[in-house]
Design a binder for this molecule. Structure first.
Ligand SMILES: [Zn+2]
Length: 616
């Protein structure tokens, strides 16, 4: 049963005003999105003028969203909302109050806001406030920041969370431009996915403009004690003052990254490229908010070893932000392209050996992910093209979209030759910029412009619509990892010579330790290489998970607990909590979660809670 449709359609009959269906008004560009209530073929949002005041005491944003709409003569427009306090809705420039209707909430999608309009209405203004617990909003206490003095707020819109802080047509298939005015407490800086200030204002009022059309999940806001430092002519970093110098050093290569990305796929379309380092409660590694990547502080390793994350978020300036998946079922178009593209940038900057290691690590993660998915409720999720109707679109965020997607593109590259494939991709981005893309449209474009043109044989159907991995999957190989694997095998006899190892080699070594490695050997390794206290979050993550699974965690529990309390990045949290659970230490995991949870964003909180309480 498609529970989404049933909840969506039922209230139609209860409407106080009729919904007019006009066949000729349908625009073929707007794809049906199972995760939005909007009916964009009737009336669609085009531009947002957002006015919000930030209240840290009440953890609330309040103000209004003034939408310019394109109206095909409809008598209602539908917005997505979730857990918003709607106060008043007006239409037209003269702000005439209009009727609106909030449909009974759907647990997953929130509440459709149906607003009565007139056939010529081109503007709708919604007065509202957010409620405590709005899932997009990360309200950090001063104690959860680097400076410890002022609170911090960040938003996370992807996949369907923007509707928890802005009433909007929350589908990746709908593009909008925006202006915003944000009032913050004095002494704080506000930043958005837009043209940004570089200094605090005296009155705490900030104005923003995003002139290029973006999907609503890319609207983003950060507010805190934030400072700016340039690292290149059009690149710079924002961070809390205590982290600013470290951050600028870590990401010194940003300008070079933009240049190398442009040399591959054409001009960077967004003006400036800046990055902000958020407090550790940020649930993701990074989020590709246009003009301003949001990043976790866990990538500041002190040795620039984890900057591939920046290459990834930057790559989204093409795949995802410029050409956007039409619905979350096509998420691999955003992420698979981006991982492929990230590897190409890294190869240009740091060489093939480096990228071979990256790909080999990610291949291992992909195999683990496939095992997990096949053991779960939705084994069909190992296909690239998904069907997530009735499910949380965050469930698309697996290594299938990212890694299987990237290896698919690498496979096509190997089949067609790099030169042809690069030319194809460059043309693809140029021809589809600021547009949305479905899997089927991409495959048709691929067939016409590459596969048929050069008579290249690719088992597209098997890659995209079949589960697991195709028989001729291009398994990555790294010479440097082969040495690490040999060292891991004989670790009980000799500790390895780790001179010159990168963090990738360390992570691989830790993951390749034999199943039966004894605690005494782990202790020896720890004493010699100080792994429990590593400054590199990827090494810590691999080490803690292995320690738990191999019975060594009892001795280093305070350090693991400290990591889980201070880091909110879901990619680290889930495997560590899962390791506790799968080794009979659920109580330990629950105790740590109790201490840690207030610092987690809703995205991480929800995932961990589900794992610890429901079995996931
Ligand atoms: Zn991504």
């Amino acid at each position: 049963m498609n529970f989404l449709k049933s909840t969506l359609l039922l209230p139609l009959f209860l409407l106080p005003f009729a919904c007019r269906q006009t066949e000729e008004a349908k625009t073929p560009d707007l794809k049906a999105d199972p995760h939005s209530f909007a009916q964009p073929n009737e009336a669609v949002t085009k531009h947002l003028d957002l006015h919000l005041a930030v209240d840290f005491d009440q953890k609330k944003l309040s103000g209004y969203a003034k939408w310019t709409i394109e109206n095909k003569g409809a008598d209602e427009i539908i917005f997505d909302t979730r857990n918003l306090d709607i106060q008043k809705v007006t239409i037209g420039k003269d702000e005439r109050v209009t009727e609106y209707f909030l449909v009974d909430p759907d647990e997953l999608l929130g509440t459709a806001l149906r607003v009565k309009i007139e056939p010529e209405t081109d503007m709708v203004t919604i007065y509202y406030a957010t409620k405590p617990g709005a899932a997009a909003l990360g309200w950090m206490e001063p104690s959860q920041t680097a400076g410890k003095k002022l609170p911090f707020l960040f938003t996370q819109g992807q996949a369907i969370l923007t509707r928890t802080w802005i009433p909007c047509q929350d589908s990746p298939g709908i593009r909008i431009t925006y202006d915003a005015t944000i009032q913050t407490p004095i002494g704080m800086l506000a930043l958005m996915s837009a043209e940004n200030p570089q200094e605090k204002t005296a009155d705490g009022i900030y104005h923003f403009r995003m002139e290029q059309p973006i999907p609503p999940y890319l609207i983003a806001l950060a507010v805190g004690d934030i400072a700016f430092k340039a690292v290149g002519p059009r690149t710079g970093v924002y961070a809390e003052p205590p982290l600013l110098e470290k951050t600028a050093w870590e990401f010194a290569d940003m300008e070079k990254m933009v240049e190398s990305a442009e040399s591959l796929y054409g001009p960077y379309a967004w003006g400036r490229y800046d990055l902000i380092v958020l407090p550790p409660g940020f649930p993701f590694g990074g989020m590709e908010n246009p003009r301003l990547t949001f990043a976790t502080p866990t990538v500041i390793a002190g040795d620039r070893s984890l900057v591939s994350l920046v290459a990834h978020e930057l790559a989204h300036s093409w795949s995802g932000n410029l050409v956007t998946n039409a619905t979350w079922n096509d998420f691999w178009l955003n992420e698979g392209f981006t991982v492929y593209f990230e590897r190409r940038i890294m190869e240009k900057l740091y060489g093939k050996e480096y990228v071979d290691m990256l790909a080999a690590l990610e291949y291992q993660e992909l195999l683990d992910e496939i095992k997990d998915i096949n053991a779960g409720k939705h084994p069909e999720d190992t296909q690239l093209k998904l069907d997530l109707a009735g499910r949380d679109p965050d469930e698309a965020g697996t290594d299938i979209a990212y890694q299987k997607g990237a290896f698919f593109l690498q496979y096509i590259e190997e089949k067609s030759g790099r030169e042809r494939f690069d030319a194809f991709l460059k043309q693809y981005f140029e021809e589809h910029k600021f547009q949305v893309m479905t899997t089927e449209e991409f495959l048709a474009y691929l067939k016409k412009n590459l596969l048929d043109k050069y008579k290249i044989d690719v088992n597209v159907d098997e890659w995209v619509y079949q589960p697991d991995l195709p028989a001729d999957f291009p398994i990555p190989h790294s010479d440097r990892f082969a040495k690490v694997e040999a060292a891991a095998k004989k670790v009980a006899d000799t500790l390895p010579d780790t001179t010159g190892w990168t963090s990738h080699e360390w992570v691989h070594f830790i993951r390749q330790l034999p199943e039966n490695v004894d605690v005494a050997t782990l202790k020896k390794l720890d004493e010699k290489y100080n792994l429990t206290q590593s400054g590199n979050s990827e090494i810590l993550f691999a080490w803690y998970e292995t320690a738990i699974r191999r019975g060594y965690s009892g001795q280093i529990l305070p350090s693991i607990e400290n990591f889980l309390v201070n880091v909110g990045r879901r990619r680290f949290l889930m495997p560590i909590y899962r390791a506790f659970k799968e080794t009979g230490q659920l109580e330990t995991a629950r105790k740590i979660f109790e201490k840690a949870k207030s610092g987690y964003h809703a995205v991480s909180y929800g995932s961990v809670e589900q794992l610890l309480n429901n079995g996931e």
